[in-house]
Design a binder for this molecule. Structure first.
Ligand SMILES: *[C@@H]1O[C@H](CO)[C@@H](O)[C@H](O)[C@H]1NC(C)=O
Length: 468
C-alpha cells in the first residue's frame, strides 16, 4: 500500500521535471505572444491527428458536429448536429460497389440468405416469462398497457373480420388484448356485433373527432385541386381522394391524440385483409416493454417518390429552426434514410431521402414516443406546410423518418419471427410453424426491387444474428 507519506517522487525524476517545466513555460510564452506561428500550426495539426486517432464512440458523440471541422465529421460519420446546422450525408458504411442493378442483386441475395436461416423466437429477452396464461387463468392475466387498433369503415366489415379471425388464431385468443376500432363515421350495430362475435377480448368503437380527421382550415382548396390533378395525371393512386389524405394525416400525427388512446402505452395496428403465417406464442407487448423497444415492424419497402418530394427537405428545414437540432438522436438510423445505391432515382426525386420505410399496415409502437415533444413538434411543423394535401405524404414514410431521426436505432425492432402478409408483400421467416416460403418477399418478380430490408440490416443492425 502507498500512503501519502511513503510516496515520494524519486530524486532523479524530480530533477528531470525542472527542465521540462522550464521548456513548457518558454513554449507557452512564445505561443501566447504569437511568435511561434509555425509551431502553433504544428501543435494544432498534431491535435487534429490525435483526434482522428481517438476514433472512439464517446469522442464521436461529443464531436459529431459539436466541435471540430464540420466537413470531416460529416464525411466521417454522415451527420453534423449543431444549432441551425443539421446536415446528413450518405457515407456508404458497408462500402458497397456497383451500379444500382448490381447493388439490387447483392442486396436481394443478402436478404434471401439471411431469411433462409432457421430462426425461432427472439433471444434477447426472457421469452419464457411471456408465455400465454393457462386457459382457465386468462381472466387473471396481467396484460401490458396496450391495445390493438384498426382504422376501418363499416363497409370493410368482411375484410377486417378476416384479419381479426387470423389474428385471434395466431395471437390474441391467447392473450385477449383489447381492440380499439376507429372510424370517421359512427360504427353500425351490425359492425359492432360482427366484431364482438370474433373475439372474447374487450372492444372499443371510436368515432374520430372531426378536428383530428378533417382537412385543416389553412389548406387552400384551389391550390390543392391543381396540385392533385397534376399528381393524378402521373398515375399516382388516391391523389384526388381527400379521405385518403385525411387518413395519412391522421395516422401520421393525430391518432395518438385520440382521447380513447390516452390510457394506453402500446398499440398494434392491423388492417383489413392481412394474414399471419406464424403462431405467436409470447406476449409481444411484454417483449416491447422488457426490451424497451419503441417500434416494431415486419416489412421494409420503397415509397412512391412523387408523393413525398419535399418531406425530407421540409424535415431539414424544421431541424434547422431554433434549437430543434436537440431532438435528433445521435444514434438514429440516418444511413438507412439516406441510401442512394439501390435506388438513386427515388433518392433524387425525394430530395435525399431513400424512400425506404417501415410498412405501417403492420406496426407495434410506443404511443409515448409519438406523443413526445420531438415527434409531435416535428409533426406540427409538417402539418403547417399543408403538404399532407398539397403532396400526398403517407403515414409510413412520416413514421419512418420520425423514428429514424428521434429514436435510437437499437430501439426499433424487426419482428423477423412474425410471418406476415399484406398483398403483395410479406415477411416470411424460416420457422417450423411458418406457412409460407422462407425468404419470399413477393409473388411478383417485378416487385422484388421494392424490398429495401437489406439497407436496414446493413446500416441499422449491429448483428442480425444477435436477436434471432
Ligand atoms: C398506460 O400508459 C399511459 C401512457 O404512458 C399512461 O398514461 C397510463 O397511466 C398507463 N396506465 C397504466 C395502468 O399503467
Amino acid at each position: 500500500m502507498i500512503s501519502a507519506f511513503t510516496f515520494r517522487v524519486p530524486k532523479a525524476l524530480f530533477l528531470l521535471l525542472i527542465p521540462v517545466n522550464l521548456i513548457l513555460i518558454f513554449v507557452t510564452v512564445l505561443y501566447m505572444t504569437g511568435r511561434m506561428h509555425e509551431s502553433k500550426e504544428f501543435i494544432s495539426s498534431s491535435i487534429k491527428t490525435l483526434n482522428d486517432k481517438l476514433d472512439l464512440d464517446s469522442w464521436k458523440k461529443v464531436s459529431g458536429g459539436q466541435e471540430g471541422n464540420d466537413l470531416s465529421t460529416l464525411d466521417k460519420y454522415g451527420y453534423v448536429i449543431k444549432p441551425q446546422e443539421v446536415k446528413f450525408k450518405f457515407i456508404n458504411p458497408k462500402n458497397k460497389q456497383g451500379d444500382p442493378k448490381e447493388i439490387l442483386k447483392h442486396n436481394t441475395e443478402e436478404y434471401e440468405k439471411l431469411m433462409k436461416m432457421r430462426i425461432n423466437e427472439p433471444k434477447n429477452a426472457d421469452i419464457n416469462s411471456m408465455r400465454p396464461p393457462a386457459e382457465g387463468d386468462i381472466d387473471k392475466y396481467q396484460r401490458e398497457n396496450a391495445t390493438i387498433i384498426a382504422l376501418v369503415r363499416n363497409s370493410e366489415i368482411a375484410n377486417i373480420g378476416r384479419s381479426i379471425k387470423r389474428f385471434e388464431k395466431r395471437f390474441n385468443s391467447k392473450f385477449r388484448y383489447p381492440y380499439t376500432f376507429i372510424n370517421d363515421q359512427p360504427f353500425t350495430e351490425k359492425f359492432k356485433e360482427k366484431m364482438s362475435s370474433l373475439s372474447q377480448a374487450e372492444m372499443h368503437f371510436v368515432e374520430i373527432p372531426s378536428s383530428l380527421w378533417e382537412k385543416p382550415e389553412i389548406i387552400d382548396s384551389e391550390k390543392q385541386k391543381k396540385l392533385m390533378d397534376e399528381l393524378a395525371s402521373k398515375n399516382i393512386a388516391y391523389a384526388k381522394m381527400e379521405s385518403y389524405h385525411n387518413m395519412c394525416r391522421f395516422y401520421s400525427g393525430t391518432f395518438y391524440k385520440l382521447p380513447e388512446l390516452q390510457k394506453f402505452k402500446y398499440y398494434w395496428r392491423i388492417e383489413p385483409d392481412v394474414d399471419f403465417y406464424t403462431d405467436i406464442n409470447y406476449d409481444i407487448f411484454k417483449y416491447m416493454r422488457q426490451t424497451k423497444k419503441v417500434y416494431g415492424f415486419t416489412v421494409n419497402l420503397y415509397d412512391i417518390a412523387e408523393t413525398i418530394p419535399t418531406l425530407w427537405p421540409e424535415t431539414l428545414n424544421f431541424l434547422n429552426m431554433g434549437d430543434n437540432y436537440k431532438y435528433v438522436n445521435r444514434n438514429g438510423a440516418f444511413q438507412w434514410l439516406l441510401d442512394d445505391l439501390q435506388n438513386p432515382a427515388k433518392n433524387a426525386e425525394a430530395g435525399g431521402y431513400s424512400c425506404c420505410h417501415f410498412w405501417s399496415n403492420f406496426e407495434i409502437g410506443d404511443l409515448d414516443f409519438f406523443r413526445g415533444e420531438a415527434y409531435d413538434s416535428w409533426f406540427n411543423y409538417l402539418d403547417s406546410t399543408g403538404k399532407f394535401y398539397y403532396e400526398r405524404w403517407g403515414d409510413a414514410p412520416v413514421h419512418s423518418v420520425g423514428l429514424a431521426l428521434f429514436a435510437d436505432k437499437k430501439d426499433i425492432h424487426w419482428f423477423r419471427d412474425i410471418g406476415y402478409v399484406h398483398d403483395p408483400y410479406m415477411n416470411c421467416p424460416n420457422r417450423e410453424s411458418a406457412s409460407c416460403d422462407a425468404g419470399k418477399f413477393t409473388n411478383f418478380d417485378s416487385l422484388l426491387d421494392q424490398n429495401c430490408m437489406t439497407n436496414w440490416i446493413d446500416y441499422s443492425m449491429d448483428d442480425p444474428n444477435a436477436i434471432y
